[in-house]
Design a protein around this ligand. Sequence first.
Ligand SMILES: O=C([O-])C(=O)C[C@H](O)[C@@H](O)C(=O)[O-]
Ligand SMILES: [Mg+2]
Length: 421
Amino acid sequence: MKITEIVITPIAMKDPPLRNIQGVHQPYALRSILQVRTDDGLTGLGETYGDRAILTALRAVAPRLTGLDPFDLNGLERIIGHTLGSAAGLATHGLVGEASDEKTLATVLSAFEIACWDLQGRALKRPVVELLGGKVRDAVPYSGYLFFKPAAHTPSPPYETDRWGEAMDAEGIVAQARRMVDEYGFKSLKLKGGVLPALDEADVILALRDAFPDHPLRLDPNAGWTVATSIAVGHKLDGVLEYLEDPTAGISGMAAVAREVSMPLATNMCVTAFSHLPPAVRENAVQVVLSDHHFWGGLRRSRELAAICRTFGIGLSMHSNSHLGISLAAMTHLAGATPELTYDCDTHYPYLVEDVVQEGVLSFTDGAVRVPSTPGLGVDLDLDSLARLAEQYEKCGFDTRDDVTPMLAVDPAWDPVVPRW
Ligand SMILES: O=C([O-])C(=O)C[C@H](O)[C@@H](O)C(=O)[O-]
Ligand SMILES: [Mg+2]
């Protein structure tokens, strides 16, 4: 089997005004959809970020992959390494740590690697989970991802009215959580923090604890707090949190917090590449790493991360950014085959109102997605939806994720400085 053609389609999907430390989500989230075609007539699917910088890198690599066997993942890595060379790190939005050459390569590799896994599975008529060693769970549990948000936010271009309403205080967040739990059956809850003053966010967690006594709870302010504030929140939430995610910036900052608080600290910001693991282990900075195949280099590398975490007694969870069904399928196959992944995975999927994959394949029951059993990733493109979302990308008016500008549109004094509290 040889790759004959790769089609990369940037798309924009509607997104609600979800708040975070930087500001607010734009009215559309951007993704790149990959279709990798072979001489056997098969098409493998991939999905990754849609920012201009990654799109440029994907487009530089794609023509070099003609003739590659999709089973040759080492060859894929070699070609991508040669093509990107020492290209400067991709600009990122700052919510998944610093950019670096290592992460650029891993991000580009992942996008094509996922499509190759899909092709391998389709060729062998086996689901990806079986190529990864077989299922360790039939369904993958996800956590309900709670965001502070206004009911409406109207910079230009405007946001679509969403079904989640306002959630800017404890009452709103508890109502959002209730809806997530009722509709999706989530068994754990994560609050995106960095929006209210830190101790007020701790109060929101306490309100969630009252309303959901048995749900593991997580709080993630994306490094919005100083070490001292992080410790104060850690003490206030002693015995309440499953983990505290990225309260403060950097491996040493996290280590200073970890020495003083009782709950595990988790990260998708200070340990986001293999070179971050040795210092993090040395300083005992984090007790849980949130993997994310999109920037850790795909499914193989994510499993290498799992083995390293197992070796050093670090827990493994999974991070998410706004994503579509191809990524949800890839996340589910990976988690379905990875025993180390004992924490419920993050997903933004409940906020999605439009997808590029055919409906009805992926759904949540009791907070979990069944690992697909059909060949490859188990999802197929809906070409009409792909075309519509591609047109939306052309019209949306931006080509890079930027949570600051739409915030400035409603608050001209907005300053995304960190740490803020
Ligand atoms: O766990 C995290 O840090 C994230 O999920 C990062 C995301 O970008 C999140 O902050 C968001 O969607 O605004
Ligand atoms: Mg996080």
